[in-house]
Design a binder for this molecule. Structure first.
Ligand code: PAF
Length: 290
């Protein structure tokens, strides 16, 4: 199969390296113009050609990007008229207000708990996890899985689960990010240090708001369970700095608009405000902008 990996962050690079490892043909679309991309993975030096759209043959596109890049990537891919037989797999944190209309039909979501980071050109697979793949369109959720795409992705980065309930996975991931990341920015600390801050009551309020909104969109979650899961992740990633805190420290845009901001905006639209998420959102924006 021909693969195009969009995005050269940790997850895109990890997937590109592993697709290459199993013998797939992989090119990369980086954010900045470059003729080739070098990655060091498991002591192997890998070179990838970069690609200019449009593509001339059926290609499986794996886009692992920040939420605020999704719209641009989709516009570029739409303009490129992907050849018949291509598919689009997206992976990003958080949710977009317009994703139901933005994502082309037959898009797949890939949700993962694998941990990875890049240090210069080196890709480090820091935490083994698992992943889920499912159709993005709710009406399409119970359709059959795309056998070949599933099998290649599973060989590249196992284990992969087929998920007709991918939206539930995405809500859980969104909730965990909403219940950890803004607090690490507010307290300017590693994930594990959150255990010494008295945040449980606020986390529970935020979780209740997320559960209400998820239910409004047809996904049932439990607030106490989400807080417990967030605490579990905090303990397992105690030494890490969250992606949001790193973004603030490095003066990059954060994903808070697509996490607590998404919850606050959508809850307001649904007529059931989410003041705790609203406040976390604004607090992070204030810190990031100062
Ligand atoms: O965004 C992140 O940094 C991670 O997903 C996690 C584990 C929630 C916090 O470090």
């Amino acid at each position: 199969m021909h693969w195009l990996v969009v995005g050269t962050g940790a997850i895109g690079s990890l997937m590109a390296a592993n697709l290459r490892r199993i013998g797939e043909h992989v090119v990369i679309k980086p954010r900045h113009e470059q003729a080739t991309i070098q990655l060091l993975y498991n002591a192997h030096q890998l070179e990838f050609s970069t690609v200019d759209l449009p593509l001339t043959q059926p290609t499986q596109v794996f886009a692992a990007v920040k939420a605020y890049q999704v719209e641009t990537v989709i516009e570029q891919l739409n303009a490129a008229n992907l050849p018949v037989g291509s598919s689009l797999i997206v992976s990003y944190n958080g949710m977009l207000d317009n994703e139901a209309s933005l994502l082309p039909p037959n898009t797949l979501h890939w949700v993962t708990t694998h941990g990875a980071y890049r240090h210069d050109n080196e890709v480090i697979h820091a935490g083994m996890g698992e992943s889920w793949l499912g159709w993005a369109q709710v009406e399409h959720a119970s359709s059959a899985r795309p056998i070949e795409v599933f099998s290649v992705l599973n060989n590249a980065l196992p284990p992969l689960n087929w998920s007709p309930a991918i939206h539930q996975r995405r809500w859980i991931k969104l909730a965990i990010n909403c219940l950890i990341n803004p607090f690490t920015v507010i307290h300017n600390c590693r994930n594990g240090e959150l255990l010494s801050h008295d945040i449980s009551a606020v986390q529970l309020q935020a979780a209740q708001e997320i559960c209400w909104l998820a239910a409004y969109f047809g996904v049932q979650l439990g607030a106490e369970e989400l807080v417990a899961q967030a605490h579990h992740v905090i303990k397992n990633t105690a030494n890490n700095y969250s992606s949001m805190l790193m973004d603030v420290r490095l003066n990059r845009p954060t994903e808070v608009d697509y996490l607590n901001g998404f919850v606050a905006r959508q809850a307001k639209l649904a007529g059931h405000p989410a003041p705790t998420n609203e406040q976390l959102w604004q607090q992070v924006l204030n810190i990031a902008n100062n």
